[in-house]
Design a protein around this ligand. Structure first.
Ligand SMILES: *Cc1c(COP(=O)(O)O)cnc(C)c1O
Length: 224
């Protein structure tokens, strides 16, 4: 496995406007250093404590993206440095991010996560829940979070047509929310969709951020 070559192959296949989030969860710091040496600066993690441990020993110009489900009690660990939280799935979580962003005197960029797959286990909001969030008084009062787009995970399947429709659905949600809540606001521009197995489909459906792990760093091995 050659991490730098894997990244180069993926990046050269992506249109200019699509950015690669190299998903380094479960992988050692040395793998990230190798990717970094090849020029990669954006990394995705799904556990706050693991992200903090890696952040503390790696170069400070890395952009850290939280891509996994985030518990309210863990926001404080990543709030000082996280670049983008992909997985905002409730008003309660967003309120906590707002409070921690204020404490750290920074503005934290967030994506609203939608459940586009049919698997019940996948997290994310429905469009109705997002509308309630965006219409709420609590959200309107926030000053230290910036919602910059949407995120979704497609069904784990070999059925390309099904996956394509799920990505298209997320794209439609993105357009509706943009036109209703972010009209004329260029910050709302990110569509985070696509992983190792389906990013080519996601790019065709308008992805701007692909989150790729195993195609870069190899399969993940979980103990337990
Ligand atoms: C692990 C993970 C990825 C990367 O998955 P690969 O199939 O290894 O590319 C992308 N997005 C999320 C939310 C993940 O948890």
């Amino acid at each position: 496995m050659n991490i730098q070559e894997n990244i180069k192959d993926i990046v050269t296949s992506l249109p200019d406007k699509v950015r690669l989030v190299a998903v380094s969860k479960t992988k050692p710091v040395e793998y990230i250093e190798e990717a970094y040496a090849g020029g990669q600066r954006v990394f995705g993690e799904n556990r706050p404590q693991e992200m903090v441990a890696k952040y503390s020993v790696l170069p400070k110009d890395i952009e850290w993206h939280m891509i996994g489900q985030l518990q309210v009690k863990n926001v404080k660990y990543i709030a000082p440095f996280v670049s983008l939280i992909h997985s905002v799935d409730s008003l309660k979580l967003l309120q906590k991010i707002e409070r921690e962003a204020i404490k750290n005197e920074r503005i934290i960029a967030c994506l609203l996560e939608f459940r586009i797959a049919e698997e019940e286990t996948k997290s994310g909001m429905t469009e109705e829940e997002a509308v309630l969030l965006l219409d709420s008084e609590e959200y309107r009062k926030m000053s230290h979070v910036r919602i910059v787009g949407v995120m979704g995970i497609a069904t784990n399947s070999n059925d390309n047509e099904k996956i394509r429709l799920e990505f298209r659905h997320l794209h439609d949600i993105f357009v509706r929310l943009r036109d209703k809540y972010f009209y004329g606001n260029n910050d709302f521009c990110e569509l985070s969709m696509g992983m190792s197995g389906d990013y080519k489909l996601a790019v065709k459906e308008g992805s701007t951020l692909v989150r790729i792990g195993s195609s870069i760093f190899g399969e993940r091995v979980y103990n337990k």
